[in-house]
Design a protein around this ligand. Structure first.
Ligand code: AMP
Length: 283
């Protein structure tokens, strides 16, 4: 496995590849990331993982500075997983000048849910993903990138970006990997105290209960059920941003008729102490 830090070295290392399979990450890797790498290995002739904490997708009050950076341990895990190439650029390498050209995603998808609570987040995501795709896939016959369903909205935003810019990139997804108690694995779980870690699974349990309540009722009052779900988490000491049920197709609110018939997903984001967790479950 090779580790490169510059765009020039990345291109050299990829010179013989016609079809890279790429997993973009921010590092502090866990079994969720490694599952995506395992999938990538079957999808191309060179498995590439990027590790880059992208300042542009963090608001000034968010955890950019404290985000765990564990390159050595990440590289060991990736080597053991059979990754071929790690791209770990510096900020200066990826953003040599202030990034004044940006990819502005469709607000109908990117300004709701995560985008509502983290304004500009998906602009930062799309801009860095566009740069990374360009770095990894330019000049290749074909490219595949693998994203996790854990970040459901991100996956959909990236898919729509690829469609609308007609990027020659195939997007493949992997299901959310969970700890034994059901907590979705996340790099941010390291922020949790022991007591918070024991509590953390309640977010996915709340989403499951919300989904069951929607499906159990013939004519559910969705806003009331969402409100109840948020109140139940608040009563346990959480600060929920949203717990909601949306259409799988576009993450918009289902009509009453669609509540009974459409493919739906429950999505949530909530703060436990100072850690913000997100999760989603198809219902
Ligand atoms: P991140 O390092 O958090 O930016 O995530 C990098 C990639 O890993 C994204 O495509 C995420 O959706 C994916 N990912 C993060 N957590 C999980 C998980 N628990 N299961 C599967 N994929 C995940």
């Amino acid at each position: 496995m090779k580790i490169v830090h510059t765009l020039a070295d990345l291109r050299l290392a990829l010179a013989a590849s016609q079809h890279p399979a790429f997993v973009p990450t921010m590092g502090n890797l866990h079994a969720g990331h490694l599952d995506l790498v395992t999938r990538a290995k079957t999808l191309g002739d060179c498995t590439v993982v990027s590790i880059f904490v992208n300042r542009m997708q963090f608001a000034p009050h968010e955890d950019f500075d404290s985000y765990p950076r564990t390159l050595k341990a990440d590289a060991e895990q990736l080597r053991a997983q059979g990754c071929d190439l790690v791209f770990a650029p510096s900020e200066r390498e990826l953003y040599p000048q202030p990034q004044t050209f940006k990819v502005l995603p469709d607000p109908a998808l990117a300004d709701i849910l995560e985008g509502h609570f983290r304004p500009g987040f998906f602009t930062g995501v799309c801009t860095v993903v566009m740069k990374l795709f360009q770095a990894v896939f330019a000049g290749k016959a074909q490219g595949t990138a693998v994203f996790g369903q854990k970040d459901r909205q991100q996956l959909m935003v990236v898919r729509r970006m690829v469609e609308q810019f007609a990027l020659p990139t195939c997007i493949v997804t992997g299901p959310t990997q969970r700890a034994a108690d059901g907590l979705a694995l996340s790099s941010r779980n390291v922020y949790l105290s022991a007591a918070e870690r024991a509590e953390a699974v309640q977010l996915s349990l709340a989403l499951k209960a919300l989904g069951q309540a929607v499906r159990a009722s013939g004519t559910p009052d969705l806003p009331a059920l969402e409100q109840q779900a948020m109140q139940a988490l608040s009563a346990r000491g959480w600060k929920p941003d949203y717990l909601t049920v949306r259409r799988q197709s576009d993450l918009l609110l289902p009509t009453p008729a669609e509540l009974a018939t459409s493919a739906l997903t429950a999505l949530g984001a909530a703060r436990l102490g100072s850690t913000r967790l997100i999760d989603n479950l198809d219902i």
